[in-house]
Write a protein that binds this ligand. Structure first.
Ligand SMILES: *Cc1c(COP(=O)(O)O)cnc(C)c1O
Length: 370
């Protein structure tokens, strides 16, 4: 068993992928062409947002959002950005890369996501934005967050790298809203192992803000909206035609694959039982797309090597929280006990659309003997 078998996953649509790849090769057009434009439109339609700007990867998507806000004047270097302490390092890199200051907030231990109760006490007059990370695929959102943003005039930026396709119910409107359309701007990653994975690096920004979309599109293309006319100190971060063509194929299967992940989470919930293991809560179905199935145990290292000996691979997302990383040594003494505890106790079990009920039964009965 592999933790995530991308070969087996992509074999499902290998014929379609090979067909579009040869179309791109034969077209002679490899960047900023009609396949990228078509994918951007498809993604905007799928999510229900006005603009999708494709970029090189998920970290760039997030970096470019902050960079654009600096260009527009919404933010200035040294401004504070509230960010969950329990996240992948890229969320924080996007902030510090723009000379902004991360203000870490501990997560809720049940959801692993930003603890909404702790946000307001961390707002100061330098605060300009709140970043929400829909960690492991679980939507992190509530009405209170929107009200806080309004009260203090803050932007809400979603790190939607792990939750594409998750749906949140926003009160006061008819219908439902997907992650990536809830805040002011969102970054998505199409890293191969994400729920919608390319066959290489790719990412996108989604937003309803026309000005922001325009600035990001220019910034990602050397800072030029018009060829050889440079308005901003930009960078080169573009999705290529090949990845866009692959992603258009795979987008068609995303909902089906997210349903499969949800089913696997339900199977784990049914079959997995051990006194030393805390399972993730599975009650709020539509708002979780199960990028990872993460359990907690105080006996993690022991369990991990036991499972490895049985041929069951596991991964730790993430063993060291950002504020304890060498590159952020200035934050190492911050008091963020929940993040540190999660760093010691979390363990991700295999979950991907190719995992079957019998795989889950096998893993669960193996754990029952631990
Ligand atoms: C994967 C990921 C990123 C970065 O995306 P890349 O495409 O790998 O640059 C950012 N944030 C989170 C939460 C991620 O999981």
């Amino acid at each position: 068993m592999k933790f995530q078998d991308l070969q087996q996953l992509n074999a499902h649509y290998a014929d379609e992928l090979k067909k579009v790849a040869s179309e791109v090769i034969d077209s002679g057009w490899y960047l900023q062409g009609k396949r990228v434009a078509a994918f951007e439109n498809r993604l905007s339609d799928y999510l229900g947002c006005r603009y999708t700007v494709s970029v090189g990867n998920g970290l760039d998507a997030l970096r470019l959002i902050f960079k654009a806000y600096l260009e527009i004047g919404t933010m200035r270097p040294g401004d504070e950005i509230i960010v969950p302490a329990n996240t992948f390092i890229a969320t924080v890199l996007a902030i510090t890369d723009n000379q902004l200051k991360p203000v870490f907030v501990d997560p809720d231990i049940q959801t692993f996501n930003l603890d909404m109760e702790k946000v307001e006490m961390n707002i100061t007059e330098r605060t300009r934005a709140i970043v929400v990370v829909h960690l492991y695929g679980r939507c992190c959102w509530n009405e209170k967050l929107k009200q806080l943003a309004k009260k203090y005039n803050l932007r809400i930026i979603e790190d939607n790298a792990q939750a594409i396709g998750a749906v949140s119910r926003v009160e006061g409107f008819n219908g439902t809203y997907k992650t990536g359309t809830l805040g002011d701007a969102a970054g998505i990653s199409f890293y191969p192992a994400k729920n919608l994975g390319a066959l290489g690096d790719a990412g996108a920004v989604t937003t309803n803000d026309p000005k922001l979309a325009k600035v990001i599109r220019a910034l990602a293309n050397y800072g030029s909206a018009e060829k050889y006319i440079s308005v901003y100190h930009g960078l080169n971060s573009r999705m290529d035609e090949l990845q866009a063509a692959f992603l258009s194929v795979k987008l068609k299967y995303l909902d089906e694959e997210n349903r499969a992940r949800r089913q696997i989470a339900l199977w784990y919930d049914t079959y997995l039982n051990h006194p030393d293991i805390i399972k993730p809560c599975v009650e709020c179905s539509e708002d979780h797309v199960w990028h990872q199935y993460v359990i907690r145990t105080t006996r993690r290292e022991e369990l991990r090597s036991y499972l490895e000996r049985q041929g069951i691979p596991t991964v730790i997302h993430y063993p060291v929280p950002p504020h304890k990383q060498v590159c952020y040594h200035q934050y190492k003494d911050l008091d963020l006990p929940v993040s540190v505890l999660l760093g010691r106790e979390v363990l991700s079990l295999p979950i991907s659309p190719v995992i079957t009920e019998s795989d889950v039964i096998e893993i669960s009965s193996c754990i029952a003997r631990f």
